[in-house]
Design a binder for this molecule. Structure first.
Ligand code: NOJ
Length: 515
């Protein structure tokens, strides 16, 4: 078979055991914020007490109403033909006090129904334990800044394994520690809106790594032998390209990755464990300059390093975009002191030639994804990777050509990385459907399926990208010529026409035989 790297004419097949899926998260889709015995999460608290903080003053009270419409969600997953559904469990829906003293029967029934129906339909659940919706009760006790959270999270994880572990074999502990801590406890633009970019941000990250490790050890010690599943942490990683060929810019690229991905990946995935040395050194130097007697990045003890090291059975990776990265004197005075941004001391911008999106931080650059995946392979001894999020936002409307282009080019990057020996087992698109995009509300749409957020029935309609993703999944090939019309075609049944489909399969067979 011809392998034209990244070429539009490439008909490289995804390996037969490669798995496709779609992702969502509880607060972003469930709605039913006060139904069925659920208590408040810290996002429920934020949107009630500070609604002006959300771009369109919206909230997740109803969102896509998946609490009531989950059967339709599963139908959509079937329409796409994917075999993984990554969703998250709302901690306050299952444990209204946040603690295991009381399991809410209605919350339990909801997740049991969802999991059972997925399995009946041959779909593998990848379950995120925590996607940012901390019970408000625990938030009031300090949330991720209270070291006790290691025990709170461990107890919650134990309930999850006990209740669902007979059927759930892929557990994702905590979603994107970097984004959660930098927004929630650093910049303060996500719940719980703590502004502490030089101290709280690092404390949150430290407690998350320990809590993740606690959940991993509980599974290993008490559940793995009988349940035989896997537990992983979900890390976000963007890629960086140097602005010039200067030594400073090369260093800036390494620091930019050390200060988000490696900060969490190195303690878990590297042989030595602990934070990456360049992170330790930079924060220690900045802290000393600021007259502090110890680093704001509180060190792990040797016992803690050992406790965290090796606690992921695969890497669950979320990726969206690439930055151009630089370091020069123009940055002096640009950052708040103290802050992780000042510690990192890196400037970024996007290449203006890369396609834009409705998110200022996402521009399409597929080769950056390929380079990131190769970096992970080389830095962390080729771990097993599931891509648990990747996607781009649009506005409303079914003709989402920029998303089609994005998915094709990022999936081409995945094929390029597989060719380079990166051990990628699966890919989940973010997202199955439009959802509440945190501080951006509904102004950014990430769905393969559009949801009419004005209609109380919350109807879901496949966008063009849904047809294209379905076509890729069913043929296991990226066909850049496939051009469906989402306004006239139906996604159920044979969306792309029998004869076209047979022709396509025959073309691939001939290609394989070199005819
Ligand atoms: C990462 C987060 O996990 C998810 O909640 C968010 O909606 C997407 N990125 C898009 O920003």
């Amino acid at each position: 078979m011809a392998h034209t790297r990244g070429g539009r004419e490439s008909l490289r097949r995804f390996p037969e055991d490669f798995r496709f899926g779609v992702s969502t998260a509880a607060y972003q889709i469930e709605g039913a914020w006060n139904e069925g015995g659920k208590t408040w999460s810290m996002w429920d608290y934020l949107v009630r007490t500070d609604p002006g903080h959300i771009a369109d003053r919206s909230n997740g009270d109803i969102a896509g109403n998946s609490y009531n419409l989950y059967e339709r969600d599963i139908q959509m997953i079937k329409e796409l033909g994917v075999d993984i559904y990554r969703f998250s469990i709302s901690w306050p829906r299952l444990l209204p006090t946040g603690r295991p003293n009381y399991i809410n029967p209605e919350g339990l029934a909801y997740y049991n129904k969802l999991i059972d129906l997925l399995i009946e339909n041959g779909i593998t659940p990848f379950v995120t334990m925590y996607h940012w919706d901390l019970p408000q009760n625990l938030n009031e006790q300090g949330g991720w800044l209270n070291p006790e959270i290691m025990n709170w999270f461990g107890d919650y994880a134990r309930v999850l394994y006990q209740q669902f572990g007979d059927r759930v074999k892929h557990w994702l502990t905590i979603n994107e520690p970097y984004v959660h801590c930098s927004r929630g406890y650093g910049r303060g633009n996500h719940a719980p809106r703590v502004r502490s970019p030089g101290i709280g941000y690092y404390e949150c990250g430290r407690n998350i790594l320990l809590a993740h490790a606690r959940a991993y050890h509980i599974y290993r010690e008490s559940f793995r032998a009988t349940q035989n599943g896997q537990v992983a942490v979900v890390l976000s990683a963007e890629w960086g390209l140097p602005s010039t060929d200067s030594v400073d810019d090369a260093e800036a690229v390494l620091d930019s990755i050390a200060f988000h991905f490696d900060q969490y990946a190195h303690p878990v995935l590297s042989e030595s464990g602990n934070y990456p040395q360049r992170l330790i050194d930079r924060v220690a130097a900045a802290s000393a300059n600021q007259g502090l007697s110890s680093s704001r990045l509180r060190p792990f003890s040797p016992e803690e390093v050992n406790y965290i090291r090796g606690t992921t059975d695969f890497l669950a990776l979320n990726h969206y975009s690439t930055d151009i990265v630089y370091r020069n004197n123009s940055l002096i005075g640009q950052f708040e002191v103290p802050s992780y941004s000042d510690d990192k001391f890196v400037g970024t911008y996007k290449d203006p030639s890369w396609p834009t999106s409705s998110s200022p931080w996402i521009r399409e650059y597929g080769p950056g994804f390929h380079q990131l995946l190769v970096y992970i392979k080389n830095t962390y001894n080729n771990p097993t990777i599931y891509i648990t999020e990747n996607g781009v936002s649009s506005t409303t409307g079914l003709n989402d050509d920029p998303r089609v282009s994005y998915y094709r080019n990022y999936l081409t990057a995945v094929l390029d990385a597989i060719d380079d020996g990166v051990n990628i087992r699966g890919y989940c698109a973010w997202s199955l459907m439009d959802n509440f995009e945190w501080a951006f509300g509904y102004t950014m749409r990430f769905g393969l399926y559009e949801i009419d957020m004005e209609d109380p029935a919350r109807p879901r309609t496949p966008r063009k990208s849904a047809f294209v993703y379905q076509h890729i999944v069913s043929n296991r090939v990226i066909d850049y010529t496939y051009n469906p019309d989402p306004y006239t075609q139906s996604i159920t049944g044979n969306a792309f026409g029998m004869s076209a489909s047979i022709l396509f399969t025959l073309t691939i067979a001939m290609f394989n035989l070199n005819l």
